[in-house]
Ligand binder design. Structure first.
Ligand code: BGC
Length: 405
């Protein structure tokens, strides 16, 4: 095997989340939040990328590019728009999306909850409600019962280790509280339990690998630095709790974008301002993050050690940039990191780039462009970037392309 080669069966594809691409998710808490005063939202999601209606064309495009796998989420608020009321029509819709993946020989990787909640769940207290784990379990049971046979990987919750800090410490997700450590802890306890019971419900219907996908930042302490309670550190402690839980899972989803450095004076590196998009420099991205594609290697190793050898799928890794050559360089370095992990004996099953499309990046709206494919905001036309062809070639050949970029 050449040094650029991946093992047979190694997946190379892309990753998305329902709310960020589907459009019109009017029953989700984010829809309401985008319309409230005082939230950090710069733009509304509206029709997003209209993936809800254009999934067939998108999957055909993905297959044409050569991408072999696709991670997407199903929207709880569509499937259970009111408490206990399940929509057969929406379950049928997601069956059609899954069937289209199979028609194109694309491996579907399904997330059951990606950041958003139905408005009615948020009104009950969202992640902090004592009822949350049982409500999530019932939703998983119904959705997996209807769709499980067509999935190939399933994950319960997207980045449950970031939801507590996002909603209760940083205020960048609903319910938008800041500095509420008690809320964060209650949310975390419920999310841990929700993952446990949700995964069991999915397994009772689908014999596919079931796991959780985590926001694993590459946290680096410099000489003289001490551990404290910066949001990123709180986040990281919760990641450790999920890694422990993931020892019982079939796979663990690693999601990484950059590193975070803590120096003797506290956090170092670009100061991420969530209220506005930063213009990028050579060393930073449109998220204001440090350009550091090496982070994926360290976080894979952290997950491998923390979850005691549970197989790994890189379920998100990517860069928001206006310069597509920078994106290709980022992915190339990241894939080399993945290969280094494989060479050390780590069981990595695949790499999913975030994201397929330029999509709705939460409070930052459509400004940070992560996509391999641009979307015309007026016509919804898809315009593949050179990186889309590059990653498609990697997927088709199971190797890092060596043709000039
Ligand atoms: C989330 C995505 C988000 C991406 C890029 C992850 O934290 O799962 O929803 O768009 O990072 O910021």
């Amino acid at each position: 095997m050449s040094s650029r080669q991946f093992p047979e069966g190694f997946l190379i594809g892309t990753s998305t989340g329902a709310y960020q691409i589907e459009g019109g998710n009017v029953n989700s808490d984010w829809w309401e939040w985008e319309r409230q005063d005082g939230t950090p939202c710069l733009e509304r999601s509206g029709d997003a990328c209209d993936f809800y209606h254009r999934f067939r064309e998108d999957l055909a495009l993905m297959a044409g590019l050569g991408l072999d796998s696709f991670r997407f989420s199903i929207e709880w608020a569509r499937i259970e728009p009111s408490e206990g009321e399940f929509s057969q029509a929406e379950l049928d819709h997601y069956r059609r999306v899954l069937a289209a993946c199979h028609e194109h020989r694309i491996t579907p990787i399904v997330t059951f909850q990606h950041i958003t909640l139905p408005i009615w769940v948020q009104r009950l207290g969202g992640f902090t409600s004592d009822r949350f784990p049982a409500l999530f379990e019932r939703y998983c049971d119904r959705a997996a019962g209807a769709l499980g046979d067509l999935m190939r990987y399933a994950s319960t919750i997207n980045e449950p280790d970031g939801l507590g800090t996002g909603g209760f410490v940083l205020g960048i997700n609903p319910p938008g509280r800041r500095g509420d450590l008690d809320g964060m802890r209650r949310a975390t306890a419920n999310l841990l339990e929700a993952h446990r019971v949700g995964a069991a419900a999915i397994r009772s219907h689908a014999s596919v690998p079931v796991g959780v996908t985590l926001a694993l930042t590459d946290l680096q302490y410099e000489d003289g630095a001490e551990a404290g309670d910066e949001p990123i550190e709180l986040n990281s402690d919760v990641s450790d709790q999920f890694l422990e839980l993931a020892r019982a899972d079939d796979f663990i989803g690693v999601q990484t974008y950059t590193r975070a450095r803590i120096g003797p004076q506290g956090p170092r590196g670009p100061d991420v301002d969530w209220s506005q998009r930063r213009s990028e420099t050579e060393d930073t991205t449109l998220m204001g993050y440090e350009y550091h594609p090496q982070a994926v290697g360290r976080t894979i190793l952290r997950a491998w050690q923390g979850a005691h050898g549970t197989p790994i799928l890189v379920t998100e890794n990517g860069i928001a940039t206006s310069f597509d050559e920078k994106r290709i360089a980022y992915i190339e370095t990241a894939l080399r990191e993945v290969q280094a992990c494989l060479n050390q004996g780590v069981d990595v099953r695949g790499y999913l780039y975030w994201s397929f499309l330029d999509n709705f990046e939460w409070s930052l709206g459509f400004r940070p462009t992560f996509g391999l494919v641009a979307v015309d905001r007026r016509t919804f036309a898809r315009l593949p970037k050179p990186s889309a062809y590059w990653l498609g070639a990697a997927s088709r050949t199971h190797a890092i392309p060596d043709q000039p970029r």
